[in-house]
Design a protein around this ligand. Structure first.
Ligand SMILES: NC(=O)c1ccc[n+]([C@@H]2O[C@H](COP(=O)([O-])OP(=O)(O)OC[C@H]3O[C@@H](n4cnc5c(N)ncnc54)[C@H](O)[C@@H]3O)[C@@H](O)[C@H]2O)c1
Length: 294
């Protein structure tokens, strides 16, 4: 028996650990009709999860649903404007009725205005906050109670490096992403204090990524595919091969940005546990259950 286990161990070390099946999981991804949301949907679908996507772009939703169905997966899309609280609550009821209880909520949808502050129309500033952070309150309030009841849940915040470093022409975006980072941190602590040990949170803060459409005119960028893979390794580490951590473009890009925030990062590094080394990204995993991926 010991010999079999030893051989199995060598096999896994050589060829990577078997991926965990997510066949009992139901993941909801906001902004799943394009960019990173679609890539995350594809990857989670391949891992066996049922996927629900919300987006305002019907054509984008249809494309994602079609791609996932061609893979033989399950994907249901809803047109939802997540900046509207009542729409979120109504769609959440529809999802519970049509699909079931969400146990992985990925707050991914985001918008950017991209003007100097004084040139940014008021409604775009409000939109940035409504989509990039306020929506996280509505989706979390809609799905967290069942996660607590079922003792199984994971709430993921796709924030940004601009949620740690202020950036020119991104004043509203940066401010909203700082708020999203704060949302994750406070929620994580609150869940810990309340003893909800089965609910995890993850906050992912990517640097600029090319080709999703959001920051295509920004020079320093990583690739969406590399990012989606890296995100997945952080969201479900036990569903990703552990043996050969890869240095991704994203890692290099984020490290460059991190260099300008040495104080923040040294705090993060103090909190790193050996577990986090499996990822190609830097993760803050505090004594609570959550983690932060930069
Ligand atoms: N692309 C980058 O360089 C980059 C860098 C750092 C962080 N991020 C963050 O990653 C996330 C995904 O970005 P992306 O590059 O895939 O963007 P994207 O523009 O390709 O996709 C965003 C999706 O959100 C949807 N959306 C926008 N407003 C919505 C609303 N009110 N209701 C529902 N859906 C809405 C859009 O229709 C779109 O499908 C965002 O939160 C973004 O801020 C992106």
């Amino acid at each position: 028996m010991a010999l079999i286990l030893l051989l199995q161990r060598f096999y896994y070390l050589a060829f990577g650990w078997p991926e965990k099946s997510l066949s009992t999981d139901i993941a909801l991804i906001t902004g799943g009709g394009n960019g990173l949301g679609r890539l995350l949907a594809l990857r989670l679908c391949k891992m066996g999860a049922k996927i629900v996507i919300w987006d305002i772009n019907k054509a984008g939703i249809n494309k994602t649903v079609q791609m996932l169905e061609e893979l033989g997966g399950y994907c249901k899309g809803y047109v939802v404007d997540i900046s509207k609280r009542e729409e979120v609550y109504k769609a959440a009821e529809d999802v519970k009725r049509d699909v079931g209880d969400i146990n992985l909520l990925i707050n991914n949808a985001g918008v950017v205005s991209g003007f100097n502050l004084l040139d940014t129309p008021d409604h775009l500033i409000e939109r940035s906050f409504n989509v990039n952070v306020m929506a996280h309150f509505w989706t979390t309030k809609a799905f967290l109670p069942k996660m607590i009841e079922n003792e199984n849940g994971h709430i993921v915040t796709i924030a940004s490096m601009a949620g740690h470093v202020g950036i020119n022409k991104l004043v509203d975006y940066s401010a909203s992403k700082f708020a999203a980072v704060g949302f994750d941190e406070a929620l994580r602590l609150e869940l810990e204090v309340l003893g909800h040990n089965n609910i995890k949170t993850t906050c992912i803060c990517p640097f600029f990524i090319q080709q999703t459409g959001m920051f295509d005119n920004v020079w320093a960028r990583a690739t969406p595919l590399a990012c989606a893979s890296a995100f997945l390794k952080c969201i479900v580490p036990d569903a990703a091969p552990q043996s050969r951590p890869q240095k991704s473009i994203l890692n290099m890009a984020t490290n460059a940005a991190i260099a300008s925030r040495v104080n923040v990062m040294s705090t993060f590094k103090d909190n790193l546990s050996p577990l986090t080394n499996a990822s190609s990204l830097l993760i803050q995993r505090s004594s609570s259950l959550g983690e932060r991926v930069l």
